[in-house]
Ligand binder design. Structure first.
Ligand code: COA
Length: 252
């Protein structure tokens, strides 16, 4: 397991921590593998009644590690841990909550669309920068987001790709509850504890029913987006965007 992912199980609640704060919890291929392993552990361990994902430090996640995008562009098969993670995430049968502080960018934002409840600090920001990076949305965001917030809103968020506050995400239905900065995890744990008191079989059956109508379409879109994403990683547009990020001047 990657040192940058920590999974703990206490009192029926599994917490999965994205623990790479020096890189704003950017996710590497090893971390995707470890995230899948943690979710598989959560699914198979009968002690786990609910899973909570959060980021160490001040941010949820700055998305895929951009330096690794360059490596994947050279060896596209390297992308498989990402696809395995997205499938595991989208099929996760137990309740999955996210606690968001700071930035939630790229897959740090699209993974929220698969969570059953999202709790966020008011001034956190979400961003889907795919098109600016020369790639396309992933994690079935192009299926899920229009259904969640309406087509035009989804187009703006996914194609213009500008960052927006959690306060707006709350207004348009992407976040369940807002809180002050630094309180997202404790708020999430309060709800996780409530959920852990409910009859687990009835909870699992209810989640299955709620997700049922979209399940097949989500799986198809994950694969379709994944194919296009992989091709786009090799495009000149993506190459230019990744180089620009990786060679930008440091702020201090
Ligand atoms: N991949 C790799 N490294 C990343 C990263 C990412 N997605 N996001 C942040 N980092 C690294 C930075 O390179 C920097 O490392 P350094 O200290 O060694 O230079 C460190 O994390 C801190 O990031 P920094 O950019 O200095 O912080 P900021 O507060 O100025 O900006 C972001 C934060 C998230 C807006 C900015 O880092 C960013 O745009 N990251 C890329 C997001 C992205 O495009 N993700 C892919 C989505 S598909």
């Amino acid at each position: 397991m990657s040192d940058f992912i920590q999974s703990e199980i206490t009192g029926g609640i599994q917490t999965i921590c994205l623990n790479r704060p020096s890189k704003k919890n950017a996710i590497t291929l090893d971390m995707y593998q470890a995230l899948s392993d943690s979710l598989n552990e959560g699914e198979s361990n009968s002690d786990v009644l609910v899973t909570v994902i959060y980021g160490a430090g001040h941010d949820f996640s700055s998305g895929n590690d951009v330096a690794e995008f360059v490596q994947i562009a050279q060896k596209p098969d390297k992308m498989s841990p990402i696809m395995v993670f997205l499938q595991t995430l989208s099929k996760y049968p137990k309740p999955l909550f996210a606690a968001v502080e700071g930035r939630a960018v790229g897959i740090g934002a699209t993974m929220l669309l698969h969570c059953d409840m999202v709790f966020s600090a008011k001034k956190s920001s979400l961003c889907f920068p795919f098109v600016k990076l020369g790639v396309v949305p992933e994690a079935a965001a192009s299926y899920l987001l229009p259904r969640l917030i309406g087509y035009q809103q989804a187009f703006e968020k996914l194609v213009l790709g500008e960052a927006f506050l959690a306060e707006e995400a709350y207004e348009i239905g992407m976040v369940n509850h807002l809180c002050e900065e630094g309180e997202a995890l404790s708020l999430t744990m309060t709800y996780a504890e409530k959920l852990a008191q409910l009859p687990p079989e009835a909870v699992a059956l209810s989640k299955g029913l709620l997700k049922k109508t979209q399940h097949e379409a989500v799986q198809k879109m994950l694969l379709r987006e994944g194919e296009i994403f992989k091709e786009r990683l090799q495009s000149k547009e993506a190459h230019t965007a990744f180089r620009a990020f990786l060679s930008r001047p440091k702020s201090n």
